[in-house]
Design a protein around this ligand. Structure first.
Ligand code: SF4
Ligand code: SF4
Length: 164
């Protein structure tokens, strides 16, 4: 079967080029995720090394359209994909010490996934710290949603619309 990715990547490139709002939101989302990363790592470092049910070994992750836009807006090409892998194969980006991609370059769903041990580790922190993390996660989700809505609007109106 022919690879469907190049046209999708080209379309994402066109959207990035056409919309300043998309570029701004992508930049903001990259910064938020990068700031959140060390906080999340504090907890994954505690729970992941002893995990018996490693999430990354159960799903091969791909970037969705908004993920591609985020990468391209930051001047990054999407990584080469191993298209022969099936959906439930170990992830193509899993290395010996975990994910080989910096967090902001990972599919958003990877950062958005909080397994029970991870949530429990976060909840066990002092309330003030826990609330701070929740607020950052919520902010990340708000900006991602805004990016998705803007992408939808841009694609619906057409890439030449002056509104974006
Ligand atoms: S995030 Fe959760 S499910 Fe994934 S490896 Fe860590 S502990 Fe396991
Ligand atoms: S992209 Fe990284 S975090 Fe996401 S499933 Fe693959 S190895 Fe895990």
């Amino acid at each position: 079967m022919a690879c469907q990715w190049p046209p999708v990547i080209r379309r994402a490139q066109e959207v990035v080029k056409a919309s300043e709002k998309v570029r701004a939101l992508a930049r903001e989302l990259k910064e938020i995720i990068s700031r959140l990363d060390p906080l999340i790592e504090t907890y994954t470092a505690k729970v992941c090394p002893t995990c018996q049910d490693v999430c990354c070994s159960q799903t091969n992750a791909y970037h969705d359209f908004a993920d591609l836009v985020l990468l391209l807006a930051a001047g990054h090409r999407p990584p080469p994909y191993e298209h022969h892998r099936r959906l439930l194969d170990p992830c193509q980006f899993m290395g010996a010490k975990g994910c080989i991609l910096p967090r902001w370059q990972r599919p958003y769903r990877c950062t958005w996934y909080f397994c029970s041990p991870l949530v429990e580790a976060m909840e066990a922190q002092p309330p003030k710290r826990y609330r701070r993390i929740l607020a950052q996660i919520s902010h990340m989700q708000t900006i991602r949603r805004e990016l998705l809505e803007t992408l939808q609007a841009v694609l619906k109106r057409g890439l030449d619309s002056p509104l974006f």
